[in-house]
Design a protein around this ligand. Structure first.
Ligand code: AMP
Length: 282
């Protein structure tokens, strides 16, 4: 197995990138919070097929977690992650510690209004500010040609597209389709929190989403379909829903009718574990 080069300092990251640039090589960036699974690996593989060199980053970003969220408990497995990155032919891992990213006196934040108040933004105050700030930093630190983000976190993908455009960051943001388990559950680092019973209940989520999306696409009444899908999720064992909504995928605002670019979005709890997913409708 070949070695994966690991750097923990921004200066070392930049040094590697400048050597690649001097050699005329293209660079892809894959930001993650670690605890890697096949969804992350798909991002790295896509990046490697589009670029000559790929950087993965692992940083559990404290500013995107709310006070009652799972920052301390968030799964960490750097050795396992490194093995997966080697396998996916990643060239460099950037894994800074918190003081490297947020030195004393850090005072700047990036906010993307309009796209961040609704859906996950409605219940996770400050989350997208934390995401936008750290992703802006990573993009400016690495200055890649392309950066890769999963459609699984569709709202996050749109927020990042907007900040790159608004701040004139010269990078192409590439969205990668959601990788799913055999039963359709979207892969997530948080799935490992699920008990065996909750994991069984979780398989209702993609089934309900797929069925609801098909009914909506065939012209059934939006309000009825959404109400029935919510009831099915609660029936399947979900304890609470933050939202199940039909939205326009560019504006992320709720819509009452299916038109081009409408997508179904869900956030639902199994016990303390919050799962999100989204499904194209038209
Ligand atoms: P995370 O480590 O959860 O912050 O995710 C890092 C990147 O991987 C983000 O761009 C996610 O959208 C993406 N990602 C997470 N889960 C999946 C999945 N199941 N399929 C595709 N991409 C994913």
């Amino acid at each position: 197995m070949r070695d994966l080069k690991v750097v923990r300092r921004i200066a070392d990251l930049r040094e590697n990138v400048s050597q690649w640039r001097a050699a005329g090589l293209s660079v892809g960036l894959v930001p993650t919070m670690g605890a890697l699974h096949a969804g992350h690996v798909a991002l790295v593989r896509q990046a490697k097929s589009d670029n000559q060199r790929v950087i993965a980053t692992i940083f559990v970003n404290p500013t995107q977690f709310g006070p009652s969220e799972d920052l301390k408990a968030y799964p960490r497995d750097e050795a396992g992650d490194m093995a997966k990155l080697v396998d996916a032919d990643c060239d460099l891992l950037f894994a800074p510690d918190v003081t490297e990213m947020y030195p004393q006196g850090f005072a700047t934040s990036v906010g993307v209004s309009g796209l961040t108040e609704h859906l996950c933004g409605a219940t996770r105050a400050g989350h997208f500010g934390g995401v936008a700030t750290i992703v802006t930093k990573l993009l400016l630190q690495a200055l890649p040609d392309r950066a890769y983000f999963g459609e699984k976190d569709f709202q996050q993908l749109q927020v990042i597209r907007r900040l790159a455009r608004d701040l004139d960051i010269p990078v192409e943001i590439v969205g990668v389709p959601t990788m799913r388990e055999a039963d359709g559950l979207a892969m997530s680092s948080r799935n490992r929190y699920l008990s065996a019973t909750d994991r069984q209940s979780a398989s209702a989520l993609p089934k309900v989403m797929r069925a609801a999306a098909a009914r909506l696409a065939s012209g059934e009444i939006v309000e009825t379909v959404l109400a029935e899908a919510k009831a099915e999720l609660l029936e399947a064992g979900f304890s609470k829903l933050d939202y199940l909504e039909l939205c326009n995928e560019a504006s992320l605002q709720p819509v009452e009718r299916v038109t081009a670019g409408t997508r179904l979005f869900v956030a639902a709890y199994l016990g303390r574990t919050r799962l999100i997913d989204n499904w194209p409708v038209a």
